[in-house]
Design a protein around this ligand. Sequence first.
Ligand SMILES: [Zn+2]
Length: 176
Amino acid sequence: MSTGPLTRQADIRKLASSGAVIEGSVKVSELGRLAQALAEDSGTVSYCLRFGVTEEGIPSIAGQVEGSVVVLCQRCLEPMELDLRSEFLLGAVDSDERARQLPGRLEPLVLQEDIVDTAAVLEEELLLCLPFVSYHSQDECKQKVGHQSIEEGAEPVSEERNNPFDVLAALKKPES
Ligand SMILES: [Zn+2]
């Protein structure tokens, strides 16, 4: 078993047959695609990638990534910290066709000539576990839940339970 740093170009078969383990941490600012998807490029991500060969003879990577990143709350548009965590099991293949034949427990990692970019693998997994939208918890958010935003200019909802068709009719009226 050997350990090493993240590399942009490594031979998956060598790593797999030696049972290599790559672990450490990397700054978010060094992961360009991830940083672009975030509000700030502060923070670090820790990772552990274990290489091996499955019983079917497929080079594999069992990985864990974990980190804290900063995204924008989609309610108040202020920054918020978000914990990301992912575990994955990848099977290396050389074509989309072989990817479709992989056992279900393996996610395909399609490689050209067995060359793996371990930093890109890590980045991809983090992007996959990044939620599409994030919100502060109710106590922390600057925009209180239930408060109508100014752009909508909506009247507070009446306490009375009106006929839903009246509400629809009101919505269709042009703005007074
Ligand atoms: Zn918020």
